[in-house]
Design a protein around this ligand. Structure first.
Ligand SMILES: *[C@@H]1O[C@H](CO)[C@@H](O)[C@H](O)[C@H]1NC(C)=O
Ligand SMILES: *[C@@H]1O[C@H](CO)[C@@H](O)[C@H](O)[C@H]1NC(C)=O
Length: 472
């Protein structure tokens, strides 16, 4: 419970001096059927590694756990371990889900700064001072500490290398992105805060007043999922900023499964639809391109959230994309052509085979092939010819080594052209790779992989894009 950790901060963090007078923090930890050892280790680390003058309280919110060790034994354990009452326990009589439990925890807290942690974390040395100093300096900031890795098998603590920022896919999942060049130029040291378009969501700190001013969390959201992007967009659009703080380090156990049940079959989809409807303006079309199943689904009543946006006079989603996240790829604005890429046949212009990911997980089996065209309904067929001539799908690009018969796979876009460069010829309809070979589907059958081949007039090399914006 009280083990020592190595101080793995960047050397520049160790020489930073923070003001003596800082606001005090309430650390809020939500749990539901969490393993008691992991939960208590989180609390011990917070109490041990926060200077007492800056720790107002630790608020544990029990989201209706039924595990017996978390009932009376937990209360006894807390009152024995911390007889001074610094650790408080709030129990919800019914299951709220993580998002609403966080709202409850914030309402029950009285510190000037709210710090949300997952229930399986370990705060490292000097984790709190950088957070409090930054919020004192910038009251409208939402901060994320750097998250290190704790191995769920042997509890080994290791540094999470490299600094990244947060992004998102149009299906509204969080992604990691490399730090943009413009941000690298502003920062003098790897110890400086870095602005991020989005956050992962579990670990964050925010001034209590600012948190409630911008509308806390959406109480209409179920269980889990989407709330991190909702808070990210809202923060930026409504006058705040979101930053990652490399000098504040917290370990996190990455585990294989959730110990609790979900009260909604697709809470991520439901919550994301609320987010798209309230915050994304006309760009919600890109979400529905990926989640056409949700176009007509119910997402509850979100009138209050639309009112909130009006009341706070928040900026548009276009402003957010232009100013906060200009790196985000917008398929129907930043491409030459996009949509289904159909195999063209003279005899049958509406041929029915299209480029397709074949629903493969591009991290495991990244090869693309052809499949009957979906009529624009499947995001597996949403490709773009980008302005720098990539054959691109969100953040992954068609990539291939230049040799005859090489199969084409999806890899992270590197924007360096090379093996990701494709030239489209509108007359011959060929997609010609940088190496001089052409994109070809051998057997012209469903599920066939596509390969590079000698360029020829063969029908297996003629491709047409569904929507053309402007060929360069
Ligand atoms: C509290 O629980 C932890 C984890 O189960 C245990 O290691 C510790 O001894 C308990 N402390 C008290 C005072 O009961
Ligand atoms: C939605 O919520 C608003 C505000 O709480 C309320 O005025 C309105 O009647 C609700 N609409 C429906 C259809 O329930």
């Amino acid at each position: 419970m009280d083990r020592r950790l190595v101080d793995i901060r960047h050397p520049d963090c160790k020489t930073k001096i923070y003001p003596k007078k800082l606001p005090k923090a309430s650390v809020i930890i939500i749990f539901c059927n969490e393993a008691p050892s992991g939960l208590l280790r989180t609390v011990h680390s917070v109490v041990n590694r926060s200077p007492p003058e800056y720790l107002h309280e630790v608020v544990l919110v029990d989201d209706n756990s039924d595990r017996p060790e978390l009932q009376e034994p937990l209360e006894k354990n807390i009152s024995t371990s911390w007889p001074d009452g610094i650790v408080k326990l709030v129990r919800s009589p019914k299951r709220l889900g993580l998002i609403r439990a966080k709202i409850l925890g914030a309402k029950e807290s009285t510190g000037e700064v709210l710090v949300f942690l997952d229930a399986h974390c370990e705060a490292n040395d000097y984790w709190l001072e950088p957070i409090l100093a930054r919020i004192q300096e910038k009251p409208n900031v939402v901060l994320c500490p750097a998250v290190d890795l704790i191995d769920d098998k042997n509890m080994e603590y290791s540094r999470n290398g490299g600094i990244s920022v947060g992004g998102f896919t149009w299906s509204l999942h969080f992604t990691w992105r490399s730090v943009p060049e413009k941000e690298k130029k502003i920062r003098k040291s790897d110890a400086d805060p870095v602005r991020s378009p989005t956050m992962a969501g579990g670990l964050l700190a925010v001034g209590r007043d600012f948190f409630f001013h911008i509308g806390a969390y959406d109480p209409g959201m179920f269980t889990w999922g989407g709330e991190n992007l909702e808070l990210s967009f809202r923060t930026w659009m409504c006058g705040g900023e979101l930053e990652f703080l490399p000098c504040s380090r917290v370990g996190h156990i990455f585990r294989a499964a959730h110990p609790y049940k979900f009260d909604h079959s697709d809470s991520h989809g439901y919550n994301s639809k609320r987010l798209a409807e309230v915050w994304m303006d006309e760009y919600k079309r890109l979400f529905y391109n990926h989640r056409s199943d949700l176009r007509n689904s119910d997402a509850g009543n979100f009138t209050d959230r639309i009112e909130l946006r009006k009341k706070l006079n928040c900026k548009s989603f276009k402003w957010y994309l232009d100013n906060v996240f200009p790196e985000q790829f917008i398929i129907d604005e930043n491409s030459q052509a996009y949509g289904m890429v159909r195999l063209f046949s003279v005899r049958n212009p509406e041929s029915n085979l299209c480029l397709d990911t074949l629903s493969r997980n591009h991290k495991v089996d990244p090869y693309i092939g052809v499949f009957p065209c979906s009529g624009g309904l499947s995001h597996n067929q949403m490709f773009a010819l980008s302005q720098i001539n990539e054959l691109r799908m969100e953040e992954v690009c068609a990539d291939v080594v230049g040799e005859r018969g090489a199969r084409v796979k999806l890899m992270d876009c590197h924007e360096l052209r090379g093996n990701q460069l494709w030239n489209y010829n509108r007359d011959t309809k060929q997609l010609k790779h940088a190496s001089g070979w052409c994109l070809d589907v051998g057997g012209m059958k469903m599920n066939d992989n596509i390969k590079l081949n000698d360029c020829s007039a063969a029908g297996s090399q003629k491709w047409e894009f569904e929507h053309v914006l402007k060929f360069i």
